[in-house]
Design a protein around this ligand. Structure first.
Ligand SMILES: CC(C)(COP(=O)(O)OP(=O)(O)OC[C@H]1O[C@@H](n2cnc3c(N)ncnc32)[C@H](O)[C@@H]1OP(=O)(O)O)[C@@H](O)C(=O)NCCC(=O)NCCS
Length: 194
């Protein structure tokens, strides 16, 4: 970590939600609505963690909820500050907060980029499943007979989403599955026991 930069890792205050939203939209999901961020904050204020430099929010880690489980909905650091350990420290603080709420594990859908997966692996997350998202019109009829057990299928608009269990990390497998299932997205679901 570079010396001389005075970073502060702490809970994000309610007045910074617009800045959280900006970082989330710029780096994680441009479709995120401010309303959604505000609603999550009302439910989980203790899981909104940030990195501040001179009181300016330059990094966030925030929760989402799916199937009653909390996951990392967004982690982002302003580009100028990448690779200084800030993302890892945000993740650690998020995990600590989650643990203090009595949670035993945390999951994250990783962006499908090798080095983002590397970021989670370095932080001791383990790949447990692939999330596969395919346009329904592109899904072949025999997708259940491709040698993988299809789990937790659901429809989301024009997409079908399902999961398959996996063993060890293999970035080439992600690309192979994309072709095999004609998928728009194949994403590692990573998990860490707290
Ligand atoms: C992912 C992100 C939060 C990482 O933040 P960061 O502060 O740069 O991360 P760290 O400095 O803690 O990185 C820890 C390790 O992750 C890996 N890593 C992180 N950024 C990397 C990069 N740009 N290229 C290659 N490896 C990288 C490295 O293994 C790094 O360890 P090292 O510095 O010893 O090589 C940041 O890159 C970001 O905001 N990305 C855009 C948003 C995003 O992709 N979020 C994840 C969505 S699931």
């Amino acid at each position: 970590m570079e010396s001389g930069i005075n970073m502060e890792f702490r809970l994000i205050s309610g007045k910074d939600l617009r800045n959280v939203w900006k970082l989330q939209k710029e780096y994680v999901d441009e479709k995120t609505k401010l309303k959604e961020i505000k609603e999550l904050y009302l439910k989980y204020p203790k899981l909104f963690v940030g990195c501040y430099i001179k009181n300016k929010l330059i990094g966030i880690c925030i929760p989402g909820i799916f199937d009653k489980e909390i996951y990392v909905k967004g982690i982002a650091v302003e580009h100028n500050y990448w690779k200084k350990g800030i993302g890892s420290r945000l993740l650690k603080l998020f995990e600590k907060q989650l643990k203090s709420l009595g949670k035993k594990k945390v999951t994250v859908p990783s962006a499908d980029i090798d080095w983002v997966e590397g970021f989670y692996l370095k932080n001791r997350y383990k790949p447990i499943q692939f999330l596969i998202k395919v346009k329904r019109e592109k899904l072949s009829k025999d997708y259940k007979n491709k040698g993988y057990k299809i789990l937790n299928e659901r429809a989301e608009g024009k997409y079908k989403i399902f999961y398959i269990n996996i063993g060890k990390y293999d970035p080439k497998l992600r690309e192979r599955l994309k072709i095999l299932f004609n998928a728009d997205e194949v994403i590692y679901i990573m998990e860490k026991k707290l």
